[in-house]
Write a protein of this length. Structure first.
Length: 202
């Protein structure tokens, strides 16, 4: 299966780009969605998080307090690495299972921490980075989530730098223009990926 890994910093517009590909009929596998599914009440992953981080990251109804966990891991690198060690192997396995179930020419896998984890290279054919200036990222995240500037900056500091993401990219979408321009860029890449996916293997 020809698979494109979509990544970018917080607020860069990954979800919008993924929606554009989905509108063209491309199957989209979102690792954030998988992570939420894996941490539903009663799940093995949620039990592991509860054991590792305690009741302070749990809601009274037994669900994960995602805001509390986010604050914890972005304030403590060791805690973040601990959480990643719990979740990333499970997410990777779920991505592999989802890919094997597809019959489309190619799939898009949304992986926010693609560069940071250094994984998924075994399943990816190309890496697509959604890019925009950091000031625009901060403004977008604050507008949509209500996070304070220091909280957004803590998330940015924990992510790969813009230069590191761009260095890992096979393709780049600069998401600073109109929605129409974005859809046009996606359509061009879609045609390219369809062509790549139908080439015979060497």
């Amino acid at each position: 299966m020809f698979a494109v890994g979509l990544t970018g910093g917080i607020g860069s517009g990954k979800s919008t780009v993924a929606e554009c590909f989905a509108a063209l009929g491309v199957p989209v596998i979102d690792t954030d969605v998988i992570a939420r599914q894996l941490t539903e009440p009663g799940s093995e992953a949620l039990d592991a998080i509860r054991t590792a981080f305690g009741e302070t990251v749990m809601q009274p109804d037994g669900t994960l307090d995602r805001a509390a966990l986010r604050r914890r891991v972005f304030a403590d690198a060791a805690a973040r690495h601990q959480l990643e060690a719990l979740l990333h192997p499970r997410i990777h396995q779920a991505v592999g299972q989802a890919l094997t179930a597809l019959t489309a020419p190619y799939a898009l896998i949304v992986i926010p921490l693609l560069v940071e984890t250094g994984s998924y290279r075994d399943v990816l054919s190309r890496v697509l980075v959604v890019d925009c200036p950091e000031a625009l990222q901060i403004a977008r995240v604050m507008a949509r989530s209500g996070l304070a500037p220091d909280e957004v900056n803590a998330i940015l500091a924990a992510q790969a730098t813009r230069a590191e993401r761009l260095a890992a990219a096979d393709d780049v979408i600069v998401n600073t223009a109109s929605p129409e321009a974005l859809r046009s860029e996606v359509a061009t890449l879609h045609r390219r990926y369809l062509a790549f996916s139908t080439r015979p293997s060497p």
